[in-house]
Write a protein that binds this ligand. Structure first.
Ligand SMILES: Cc1cc2nc3c(=O)[nH]c(=O)nc-3n(C[C@H](O)[C@H](O)[C@H](O)COP(=O)(O)OP(=O)(O)OC[C@H]3O[C@@H](n4cnc5c(N)ncnc54)[C@H](O)[C@@H]3O)c2cc1C
Length: 268
């Protein structure tokens, strides 16, 4: 790793000053992606601005009928939260299934969505639940936030403060795990909203995106049979040593059907 300056400010204003004063500055959340990238020399920031000194970013609270989850909430705290389990159990399960104990205790919601890894779990949950990403300067709808492979709508000096989620009982996130890391080899989040169904797929290799054909079919008729004949084109996926593109695309269909069956089985 190259040498760098480390700061742990106690005010958001100081964070922004740091980012604006150094084009090579980077925010540090739990370091679960950034430190690995620095060790591999994929990233070489000259200034690391640690967000751990901002307790406001660790807030997790009810907001209206929904939830506010601060950017610095670690996955373990989301998984353990009684409020999250009550209002959006899908998110507690998603967070509890991330990586291992160390990753869940250091990795954060904000770091995960800012990083936008194409195999990450949080982006699928944020997209399917139609959440809103709130930064130091604006609110960004989930549909506008993720822009492709490791891509987001964030500006270089923008800080994610938290995410606003609607309460969501009728939603599931299922993933087939890459056995070494527990990242999603393929993962699917299905959420049934009053105005239709949203299906977000992660792990296909080219970013996290909504499966429009499945959404339309399930919005007309919410049952697994509605997905018959629908499949993701393997050309939309990537292959690697863990799985071929065909296998990943097939898994997306299987997981979507299972998630729908799972939700349907809990309906009165
Ligand atoms: C072994 C291993 C297994 C994992 N398994 C999974 C898994 O199963 N599913 C899954 O979804 N993820 C998984 N992860 C990723 C993990 O969940 C972390 O959320 C992710 O690595 C981001 O880490 P972090 O929160 O520590 O952010 P950092 O690594 O500190 O930061 C990541 C990036 O986000 C930026 N950033 C951080 N916070 C903010 C903010 N508030 N505003 C703007 N930019 C910000 C940083 O500048 C950096 O560019 C795994 C990671 C590891 C190492």
């Amino acid at each position: 790793m190259n040498g760098f300056e480390y700061r742990r400010p106690a005010r958001l204003g100081e964070v922004l000053d740091g980012l604006r004063g150094d084009a090579e500055a980077k925010l540090l959340a739990g370091g679960q992606s950034l430190l690995a990238a620095m060790k591999l020399r994929f990233a070489a920031p000259t200034l690391l601005i640690d967000l751990q000194g901002l307790p406001a970013l660790k807030e997790l609270r009810a907001e209206g009928t929904g939830l506010w989850i601060g950017a610095m909430c670690c996955h373990a705290s989301v998984a353990a939260s009684a409020l999250v389990r009550e209002r959006a159990p899908v998110l507690a399960a998603l967070a509890g299934g991330i990586g291992d104990q160390q990753v869940r205790n250091r990795g954060t919601l904000g770091g995960s969505i800012a990083n936008a890894d194409p195999a990450a779990c949080w982006p699928a949950g944020v997209l399917a639940l139609n959440a809103t990403v709130c930064t130091d300067r604006r609110e960004i709808a989930a549909d506008d936030f993720f822009t492709g492979l490791f891509g987001t709508a964030l500006e270089a000096d923008e800080v994610v403060c938290g995410v606003r989620f609607p309460a969501m009982a009728q939603a599931r996130y299922l993933k087939f795990e890459q056995p070494a890391s527990r990242f999603a080899l393929t993962g699917v989040a299905v959420a049934r909203h009053v105005d239709g169904v949203r299906v977000a797929v992660t792990g296909l290799g080219n970013g996290i995106w909504r499966w429009a054909a499945a959404e339309q079919a399930l919005s007309r008729r919410f049952e697994a049979a509605a997905l018959q004949g629908l499949a993701i084109d393997p050309a939309e996926a990537s292959g690697d040593i863990h799985a071929t593109a065909e296998y990943r695309a097939h898994l997306a269909g299987v997981l979507t059907r299972r998630a729908v069956q799972d939700i349907s089985s809990t309906l009165p």
